[in-house]
Write a protein that binds this ligand. Structure first.
Ligand SMILES: [Fe+2]
Length: 200
């Protein structure tokens, strides 16, 4: 019988496979999807309440993944890298990630981390950077992203957003929450980002 964790990994794999992008394929072409499962205690966050809305907002090719995560939210180990001292309590209540695979996620992988990020409406995730190279694919639309010295750019669901190693980046949501798929490689996969921006 397939566990919800196996189903989670399958749907994560299916979701990214619907996106055609060379940078994404460069990440995933060598990835072995057969990964050992970890037994993790669930950890539920306040931001989990946003998952019903992000499921509604997800584009159809991503909805199976979004819906699975929403349905089983209380069985999954949600995490946060920051504390209220970083960006305030409101940010913390509207932010969280789920590592599907990586050095601490539901499946063990030392080479790459993959998961989902959730952000509530009207949230600014200030400028930050990290050694790892990163790809984001928003599963919902209506958010704005910036990197390097550029300004904020609107990004649609299904776009591939690539953050090279140590390049500053930030994102902000509008009236609706964001659910985004992420992949990390080439650095300490559980490292805390270096923050260079301030919460607004
Ligand atoms: Fe990042």
């Amino acid at each position: 019988m397939t566990t919800i964790f196996e189903e989670l990994l399958d749907r994560f794999r299916d979701a990214q496979a619907t996106v055609e992008d060379e940078r994404l394929r460069d990440f995933t072409s060598s990835l072995c999807w057969s990964m050992p499962q970890r037994s993790l205690e669930p950890n539920v966050l306040k931001s989990s309440i946003l998952l019903d809305r992000t499921t509604e907002l997800s584009s159809p090719s991503f909805r199976p993944l979004a819906a699975l995560v929403a349905k089983h939210r209380n069985e999954l180990r949600w995490g946060q890298t920051y504390t209220p001292a970083d960006f305030g309590q409101h940010f913390i209540d509207n932010y969280g990630w789920l590592e599907v695979f990586g050095t601490r996620g539901h499946f063990a992988n030392d080479q790459m981390a993959g998961g989902l990020l959730i952000l509530g409406p009207n949230i600014v995730y200030p400028d930050h950077h990290h050694v790892a190279e990163e790809i984001y694919i928003p599963l919902t639309g209506g958010t704005e992203w910036r990197k390097g010295e550029s300004g904020f750019v609107p990004r649609a669901a299904g776009e591939v957003i690539h953050h090279p190693s140590n390049v500053n980046h930030a994102m902000r949501t509008g009236a609706e929450p964001l659910l985004a798929l992420y992949l990390w490689r080439g650095g300490p996969l559980a490292a805390r980002s270096t923050i260079t921006g301030k919460a607004e």
